[in-house]
Design a protein. Structure first.
Length: 263
């Protein structure tokens, strides 16, 4: 039985005061994910798990024809408020549709691209959701998945330090929930191999893009906060470059591919 809070509005998890590494990570994740859909005027794009709709609105500003699919009526209402500012020229805002990711209410091949940013690990059946995204995307179209990596370099380092502290030094934990622990509202703890396995059943993966390195690593956030802003920015960009070369160590991974040929 599926039990879901359809009144949830995410106000309890949306950060209001971002550290430099968080701000950089979320901005890069958004930029890379949306750019991967190749937005342009008239292109049909589906935002799966659209939440409060900021990504759908950003794509609509490029001229794309965007649909946001979201099961929560409350979040759709928030998205409509977010969309209230008129778009420039004759551009049309997104259309909002209530729907589950694993049972999308659209015909086969309805979209040029479908994307899911940061929501797949919240789904109770992510493989079905990916299959649905592939189904509603035309065969030459794009499926884009952006997912937090719980086997990132930061998670590995933090886990090793905690083991040293707690198992070897017999000291108490430094904090409550640790960055490498799966949050209570996540159904899946993703790392790159699992991402590839699940996505690969419905999607021919063309690219894997690593984003950011070090988010949540002990000492990283504090150090960046103490540095002059230009130097902190350089370090974040260098770390991001390493993440692109080694996506299995990245904080977030974006998979880009095409729907597998339909039988």
């Amino acid at each position: 039985m599926r039990v879901v809070d359809l009144d949830r509005d995410m106000s309890d998890v949306i950060p209001t005061n971002l550290a430099r590494d968080s701000e950089y990570l979320f901005a890069r994740m958004t930029d890379v994910t949306l750019a991967a859909t190749r937005p342009e005027r008239g292109r049909r794009v589906l935002d799966v798990g659209s939440g409060v709709g900021q990504d759908s609105v950003a794509l609509a500003r490029t001229g794309a024809s965007v649909v946001g699919a979201e099961p929560s009526a409350r979040m759709i209402a928030m998205a409509q408020l977010f969309q209230s500012a008129p778009l420039p020229g004759e551009l049309l805002g997104p259309r909002w549709v209530r729907g589950w990711a694993d049972a999308l209410p659209f015909a086969d091949g309805s979209f040029d691209a479908a994307f899911c940013k940061g929501a797949l690990d919240h789904f109770d059946d992510p493989e079905a959701a990916i299959a649905e995204m592939a189904r509603v995307t035309r065969e030459a179209g794009l499926v884009v998945l952006a997912i937090a990596n719980f086997d990132s370099l930061a998670c590995r380092v933090a886990r090793a330090l905690d083991r040293l502290r707690e198992d070897w030094l017999a000291l108490g934990p430094l904090r409550g929930r640790r960055g490498y622990d799966t949050p209570s509202d996540h159904f899946t703890r993703y790392e790159l191999a699992l991402m590839r396995e699940q996505a690969g059943r419905a999607v021919e993966i063309d690219r894997v893009i690593g984003i950011s390195l070090g988010w949540g690593m002990p000492g990283w956030t504090g150090m960046l906060g103490r540095l002059p802003a230009p130097l902190a920015r350089v370090l974040l960009q260098l770390a991001d470059g390493i993440a692109r070369l080694a996506p299995s160590l990245a904080d977030v991974v974006v998979l880009v591919g095409r729907p597998r040929a339909r039988s």
